[in-house]
Design a binder for this molecule. Structure first.
Ligand SMILES: Nc1nc2c(ncn2[C@@H]2O[C@H](COP(=O)(O)OP(=O)(O)OP(=O)(O)O)[C@@H](O)[C@H]2O)c(=O)[nH]1
Length: 362
């Protein structure tokens, strides 16, 4: 079903027509400008009809553990194969530690996390008097758990009402897809969700969200043009007026080096704060695990600009770089709220450190 979110621009225009009520009058302010706070022209948001459309079902359900294991297969294959060689037996010696260091770096854990892990493993080895390499696996698992466990902080969307969740990330990281998955996730928990189509740069992204909202009975606030801050402002007010529990604000993809766009997203946050001084309650960065060490740079840059409160790590299924989570834990420990291991709606789940490590090693 998430085919819908894929980028292939299959005659999207017809889909726009199928969502006639969404588009609202053009916002009157100019294109995004960094400094002046937006004149909030309040271009009357048009509610999406709460239509329930049959949900196409995908392949037979696997348990989350199985899906996680399948999703992390690439990292496990590479990490596990290399580690199996190391843990096969024999003496624990300096050569072994050197090889372990290489394996961890190859899994994209980064130098700092690798150094920390090695020290932790060495401490465990001497504390327990371990001699045989086969005993190292447990020591490494424990060291890794100690490192990434602090990132496990599930997102709680109460008691704030509406809970305002703002989503940021570079282009193609999986923001819109993740928002769809999150909307379902919150709905299943009994929350009433509203989406703000704040990606005002890519028309297709807005349309994707609108049509997805129609199909899944999720309200979407969108505007044909105008700036993202105005969309967010209207959507927060609409969420308040309608008594929604959770509002998710999508934003356009941007690189941290695009300074004017970073200013624009800061403005979105400021304007959300104008609409609700307690918000946004979560500023979440979506990162593509394939980017490896670059993911850490993204976390730092967006955190510096926006003050991140959570991360979504997507596309772990497509990469052998699953170790990047350790790098994040060491270098900029922003909580990992959710991880994505595939394109279907059930492939995004809260991050559980122990499950993650088990899926990596076993
Ligand atoms: N394999 C896999 N693909 C994913 C996952 N999450 C998202 N994708 C795919 O990644 C592609 C990009 O996702 P989008 O949600 O459009 O990305 P975006 O960040 O909104 O993109 P922009 O709007 O251009 O910034 C789509 O084809 C998604 O199906 C995942 O966990 N695993």
């Amino acid at each position: 079903m998430f085919d819908f979110f894929r980028k292939k621009p299959k005659t999207e225009t017809t889909e726009t027509e199928s969502a006639p009520v969404t588009e609202t009058p053009v916002a009157q302010e100019p294109a995004p400008q960094p400094e002046p706070e937006p004149a909030i022209a309040t271009p009357a948001p048009v509610p999406m009809p709460m239509q329930e459309v049959a949900q196409p079902q995908e392949k037979p359900k696997l348990s989350w553990t199985d899906r996680l294991k399948a999703g992390l297969a690439k990292t496990r294959d590479s990490l596990g194969k290399n580690l199996a060689g190391l843990f096969g037996g024999g003496q624990i010696d300096e050569d072994l530690y050197d090889e372990l260091e290489t394996v961890l770096l190859t899994a994209d854990m980064g130098v700092e996390a690798t150094t920390t892990l090695l020290k932790n493993v060495r401490d465990r080895v001497s504390l327990r008097g371990l001699k045989d390499a086969s005993e190292l696996k447990l020591a490494l698992k424990e060291a890794l758990l100690e490192l990434i466990q602090p990132l496990e902080q599930p997102l709680v969307v109460t008691p704030q009402k509406p809970f305002i969740l703002m989503v940021a990330g570079v282009n193609g990281a999986g923001k819109t897809t993740s928002i769809g998955k999150l909307a379902k996730y919150f709905q299943e928990q009994g929350h009433n969700v509203l989406l703000a189509a704040g990606d005002t740069f890519r028309a297709a992204a807005r349309e994707q969200l609108v049509v997805w909202g129609q199909r899944n009975g999720v309200q979407v606030i969108a505007q044909e043009s105008g700036d993202a801050a105005a969309v967010a402002f209207d959507a927060v007010n609409a969420a308040k007026a309608r008594g929604c529990d959770v509002i998710i604000v999508d934003t356009a993809g941007r690189l941290p080096t695009q300074l004017h766009l970073m200013e624009e997203i800061k403005k979105v946050k400021r304007v959300v704060q104008k609409a609700d001084p307690t918000g946004p309650h979560e500023v979440m960065l979506v990162i593509d695990a394939n980017t490896g060490q670059n993911a850490v740079s993204q976390v730092k840059a967006f955190d510096d600009a926006l003050g991140l409160t959570g991360l979504v790590l997507t596309k772990l299924d497509g990469t052998a770089k699953g170790g990047v989570i350790a790098a994040i834990a060491k270098q900029r420990p922003v909580p990992v709220r959710f991880i994505g291991v595939g394109e279907t709606i059930d492939d995004l789940r809260p991050f559980v450190a122990k499950d993650y490590i088990d899926a990596l090693f076993d």
